[in-house]
Write a protein that binds this ligand. Structure first.
Ligand code: FAD
Ligand code: NAI
Length: 477
């Protein structure tokens, strides 16, 4: 087997494995190195997303939502469920199966596309002589050195810990531990009301935990459109999530079986809470551990991300970086888009990532999804805009589903009617947002969406109606 490659990708998460596949499709001899291990020490490509992120969290969100529906929502349909209970080890085992299917799927895709996979840690040995590119050491079961003319770094991110509070994954949990709690905790504390806090808090609340979320900022989901965030907060509180905003976390003391969190509330009062488990979800930090980047003079920025330009080029010739380890949103689909664009740029093509149309989704119930600008951003930027909203309460399909919470909101340029942002809180927002992304990518106007025939009865009619509402013409509300 040749050890000299056109492209060597370090990291097999969504950024890395997709970059490797695209590079191979473009005719480059390609290697992908990933160090993630499964329970049997075997390879588990797919990175954070597949192993302890997107995929397992969505598996648990689905299981816990099914449980909640069986307990509450089914009764309205005349379906009686007696003696309802949940088997947590089975729920976790199903999640593990879903993860393994994805790991295996990636190994299959590597074979299919002739990407050579190395299981181990990749690090810079040195810039190789003779135009071969860079020497990369792979430390796995054995140690070997390979070369790559182009290197794509996709080493992802790690959970941020609170100062002096390392994750033990028993009491103090990162996302890894939060996805593997083996019995429902009576009292679950969550520090950080961000995406992980809300998704994981929802999972464990639905299966019976009393969940308290402590958030430093005074506003709930500050990056989300204010109207949508307010609506979501109302719905989460109604479901039973206790959300405390504007808190200042003080001492945290882990005992043998519980953990005590001292904090100051938004009124300045000292508070103390005791939890059976504590999830700390206060953001993530870029991962460059073990890359030996200093040996080749690879530049990091002041926050520890690999410094890249708009095209994901680093300061070193033919070294690129994508995904969570570089600036921009920490999202799997952003990492993938960058991976594809870099492979295409290496091939001399015009790889393209449109940062204005990257969708965000929070997979709570109801889901929250958005693309483009929020109303508060448009106000701050002094952009003249029109807004239109449509509630799911007035949508026939949502009524039939029994899920009428939330709304669709359109923001369009006051003069040109170009769509500037679309924000959804409600059923299947994760799927509905795609129409808005496509529309914005084609620079459509609200009128374009308003004039397109949408199937009846469907949730997507709420999107059309919100577009109509921009000119105060909604038909069903
Ligand atoms: P990663 O997925 O982190 O992959 C990096 C890989 O590189 C890892 O396998 C790592 O082991 C490996 N690696 C690192 N250094 C080396 C080295 N030196 N040698 C060899 N291998 C190395 N995003 C979404 O878009 N949707 C979601 O629903 C979503 N849910 C999430 C839920 C949770 C709980 C978390 C924590 C994250 C979630 N994310 C979600 C974010 C998403 O997981 C990340 O944005 C995404 O995984 C980033 O991809 P990446 O390829 O940059 O890095
Ligand atoms: P986050 O950035 O979404 O939220 C962190 C929250 O913690 C913020 O609200 C912040 O104000 C708060 N916080 C920070 N320090 C604090 C402190 N000391 N005390 C109290 N609150 C504090 O980060 P999170 O939830 O850890 O997720 C990390 C990233 O992973 C996300 O930003 C996202 O990029 C990705 N992700 C994406 C998902 C999706 O797309 N559905 C799901 C989960 C994660």
């Amino acid at each position: 087997m040749s050890k000299n490659f056109d492209v060597v990708v370090i990291g097999g998460g969504p950024g890395g494995y997709i970059a490797a596949i695209r590079a191979a499709q473009l005719g480059f001899s390609t290697a992908c190195i990933d160090e993630w291990k499964n329970a049997k020490n075997g390879p588990a490509p797919g990175g954070t997303c597949t192993n302890v992120g997107c995929i397992p969290s969505k598996a648990l969100l689905q299981s816990s939502e099914n449980f909640e529906h069986a307990g509450h929502a089914f009764a309205d349909h005349g379906i009686k469920v007696d003696g309802l209970s949940i088997d947590i080890p089975k729920m976790l085992a199903r999640k593990d199966t879903v993860v393994k299917q994805n790991n295996d799927g990636i190994l299959y895709l590597f074979k299919k596309n002739k990407v050579t996979f190395f299981h181990g840690r990749g690090s810079f040995a040195k810039a190789a002589d003779g135009g071969a590119g860079y020497e990369i050491k792979v430390a796995g079961a054995a140690e070997e050195t390979i070369t790559g003319k182009h290197i794509i770094l996709a080493t992802g991110s790690n959970p941020r810990q609170l100062p002096n509070l390392p994750f033990d994954e028993k009491l103090i949990l990162s996302n890894t531990g939060a996805l593997a709690i083996d019995a429902v905790p009576k009292k679950l504390g969550v520090i950080g009301a961000g995406v992980i806090g809300l998704e994981m808090g929802s999972v464990w609340r639905r299966v019976g935990a009393e969940v308290t979320v402590l958030e430093a900022l005074p506003a709930f989901l500050g990056a989300v459109d204010e109207q949508i965030a307010k609506e979501a907060q109302k719905l989460f509180v109604k479901q039973g999530l206790a959300i405390h905003l504007g808190v200042k976390i003080g001492a945290i003391t882990a005992g043998k079986k519980d953990v005590t969190v001292e904090y100051t509330d938004d009124k300045g009062n000292a508070q103390k809470a005791v939890f059976d488990k504590l999830i700390v979800s206060i953001g993530r930090v870029p991962n460059t551990t073990g890359l030996n980047h200093d040996a080749v003079g690879l530049k990091l920025d002041e926050r520890g991300f690999i410094a890249v330009d708009h095209d994901c080029k680093t300061n070193l010739p033919n070294v690129w970086a994508v995904g969570d380890v570089v600036r921009g949103p920490m999202l799997a689909h952003k990492a993938e888009e960058e991976g594809v664009a870099v492979a295409e740029r290496i091939a001399g093509q015009h790889g393209h990532v449109n940062f204005n149309t990257i969708p965000w989704v929070i997979y709570t119930s109801p889901e929250i999804a958005w693309v483009g600008k929020t109303e508060q951003q448009l106000k701050a930027e002094g952009v003249a805009y029109k807004a239109g909203t449509f509630p799911f309460m007035a949508n026939g399909r949502a009524r039939a589903l029994g899920d009428t919470s939330g709304m669709v909101k359109f923001l369009a340029d006051a003069k040109t009617d170009e769509i500037l942002g679309v924000h959804i809180v409600g059923p299947m927002a994760s799927e509905l947002i795609s129409e808005a992304v496509v529309a914005m990518e084609f620079r459509a106007s609200a009128e374009d969406i308003a004039r397109i025939c949408h199937a009846h009865p469907s949730l997507s009619e709420a999107t059309k109606e919100a577009a109509l509402a921009v000119d105060k013409r909604s038909l069903n509300f």
